[in-house]
Design a protein around this ligand. Structure first.
Ligand code: BGC
Length: 430
């Protein structure tokens, strides 16, 4: 246990050192030099004003599901009306045995079902609905409606998409299936989150950051010099990481080996496996079923969340949870469960600390490291929203990095709801 605790405890000086190196990588990325942080221009030059009106759609392809969002924008001071339809993406479509046609065909089918559910029956001659496509993967964007996938992340490996324009692939699938949408914009989820935050929190002007901390992890910020939103793709950061034996194994067993080093230390897709591998390291005599380690769906972030929330004596709820796994774990003693819980805490605290460190690097890049002007950071994602003290830990570490008492700090971290999808619809509308 001692070694695992040591491995996951990052002192402030270490976080500062990492933030220096991250900032350097960001600057290299911006200059177009070789860098593990790509700093991609999102081509979003215009933020919405709130005066937009009309019906807009967004398709949000996240880490595990596709959501079709219909929003009716009603102008200033009127709350938009939002409806959503969500489908889990079958694992098979993420694997290399699936083709681009399969994946985008599934999105088109889901869009069709959603349209019917929302009673949007297309009238003859009424044209296609404008749609913003939230595509949460690294892509270059030569124009707002183009997105060339650089590489997959978060366990996706569908063939025939890397190097292609996902806007074209989506439009072709929609046309093939006669689903009347016209792709008007493609957005990374962090960009969508930033755009949504800009409407809800206008006091920061354009000093804005959008962060996703869910299955994957990334941030975007508004660059006032270039007047554009930069999608940092900080998950790719690969220098000077506090990698443990468990992290190395996770990387080796992932389809994108050697990539997304930073993301693999903090995001939800890897958390469950990380906890179990560390438990195995701390207690080698415990037999943890290999199946639970081989399939990220069987023990994941939602399980670690429930374990951390367990306040019962002897961690009785955790016992029930472990017995309910497939395959079950029904031989853990109360002490084993406590160790498991401690490891969940260590892993999540490290995740929050690293995210705060990366946020600090972005603030420095924006020239806001003194935190004397209002900056709004909109955050969304399943890991951030777990109610186990994650948010508090992130804010605490950020304050320490900024050398600020919470009351002096003008960087406000706000929750955003549905930002990634809604943001893409707003970009089309703006
Ligand atoms: C992707 C990013 C995305 C993030 C959060 C990462 O794996 O590379 O583009 O923003 O996940 O979804």
């Amino acid at each position: 246990m001692q070694q695992v605790t040591f491995d996951h405890t990052l002192p402030m000086w270490r976080l500062r050192e990492m933030s220096n190196s991250m900032l350097e990588e960001m600057r290299k990325g911006l200059r177009g030099e070789e860098s593990s942080i790509k700093m991609l221009d999102s081509s979003v030059r215009k933020l919405p004003t709130g005066k937009e009106t009309g019906v807009f759609y967004a398709f949000d392809l996240g880490g595990t599901s596709i959501r079709v969002i219909r929003t009716e924008l009603r102008g200033p001071n009127e709350k938009e009306i939002v409806k959503a339809h969500k489908m889990k993406i079958p694992r098979g479509l993420m694997q290399t045995t699936a083709t681009a046609e399969d994946l985008f065909g599934f999105i088109a089918d889901t869009a069709k079902t959603a349209m019917e559910k929302f009673d949007d029956v297309p009238q003859p001659g009424s044209g296609a609905f404008p749609v913003g496509f939230t595509f949460s993967f690294p892509m270059t964007q030569p124009a707002i409606d183009k997105g060339i996938l650089l590489h997959w992340t978060k366990g996706f490996d569908t063939q025939g998409v890397v190097g292609k324009d996902v806007g074209v692939l989506l439009q072709q699938a929609l046309d093939r299936k006669n689903v009347p949408f016209k792709v008007g914009a493609i957005c990374n989820d962090t960009v969508g989150t930033l755009v949504c935050t800009s409407l809800a929190h206008s006091s920061s002007g354009d000093r804005l950051i959008g962060v996703i901390l869910g299955t994957g992890c990334n941030a975007a910020y508004f660059d006032p010099g270039e007047q554009t939103v930069i999608n940092t793709e900080w998950g790719g950061y690969n220098k000077d990481l506090p990698t443990t034996a468990a992290d190395t194994l996770i990387d080796q067993e992932s389809p994108n080996r050697g990539q997304q080093g930073f993301e693999k230390l903090i995001s939800g897709y890897y958390l469950g496996k990380m906890v179990l591998l560390n438990l195995r390291r701390a207690k080698p005599l415990l037999k943890i079923p290999d199946e639970l380690l081989a399939n990220v769906d069987l023990f994941n972030g939602s399980h670690t969340n429930q374990i951390l929330k367990d306040q019962t004596p002897g961690l009785h709820k955790t016992d029930l949870l472990l017995r309910g796994l497939e395959p079950p774990i029904d031989w853990f003693t109360a002490e084993d469960r406590q160790d498991l819980r401690n490891i969940c805490e260590l892993v999540l605290n490290r995740s929050a600390d690293l995210c705060a460190m990366a946020l600090y690097a972005v603030l420095r890049q924006m020239g806001e490291e003194q935190a004397t002007r209002n900056v709004t950071v909109g955050i969304d994602g399943s890991v951030y929203k777990m109610d186990i003290g994650y948010k508090e830990r992130l804010k605490y570490t950020l304050n320490r990095l900024l050398f600020k008492e919470p009351t002096e700090n003008r960087v406000s971290i706000v929750d955003t709801e549905d930002g990634s999808g809604l943001g893409a619809a707003l970009v089309v509308a703006a």
